[in-house]
Design a protein around this ligand. Sequence first.
Ligand code: 5RP
Ligand code: MG
Length: 213
Amino acid sequence: MAKPNLQIACDHSDLPSALKAVKAVGDVVDIIEAGTIFILQVGDIGVKSLRALFPDKLIVADTKCADAGGTVAKNCADAGADWMTVICSATIPTMKAAAKEIKEVQVELYGNWTYEDAQRWLDAGISQAIYHQSRDALLAGETWGERDLERVKKLIDMGFRVSVTGGLAVDTLKLFEGIDVYTFITGRGITEAPDPRQAALDFRNEIIRIWGE
Ligand code: 5RP
Ligand code: MG
């Protein structure tokens, strides 16, 4: 079983604070995300700035794109993103159009979706999914549980590379022991920690402890 990647989500509302965070932890993480909040606030300068700072890192634009997939994907790719996200309720033509313009598209799982939908995404050539506990669901009291683990496992069995995200703490990772998670995506668990670099190292060390080097 491969060691999962660690991705930092920059969900900042302004450019300077995102750049400060990413400068502190960029060398510790495998993937850098221009978060949805960040992109909505600052636009493509956010992705361009991350790319300028880290020419060789994987960069994701978390657009949660619902329509105009080709245009949004081209804009993200032109700004320097390797991957972008589309919302699971987007149509297959939107997903396919996006996939033509950028290296990879990830489907963000929110709300209602079925395994039949998931098979259609695979058939359309989209093999990355992000299993997400939404901020608002977590705030409303939901937690990670057996139902989530079963869904993550089923998606992996179907052939997806599955990223996991939503209010992750270092302690959450051990729930996924024995599961072939592709990437853990962490925002506030790193960016709002008293020492973000140490928090990123703690996430990385916990991944290594559980999955090995
Ligand atoms: C929210 C997101 C976030 O980037 C993702 O959930 C990670 O952030 P956090 O760890 O703070 O929940 O895409 O829609
Ligand atoms: Mg995000």
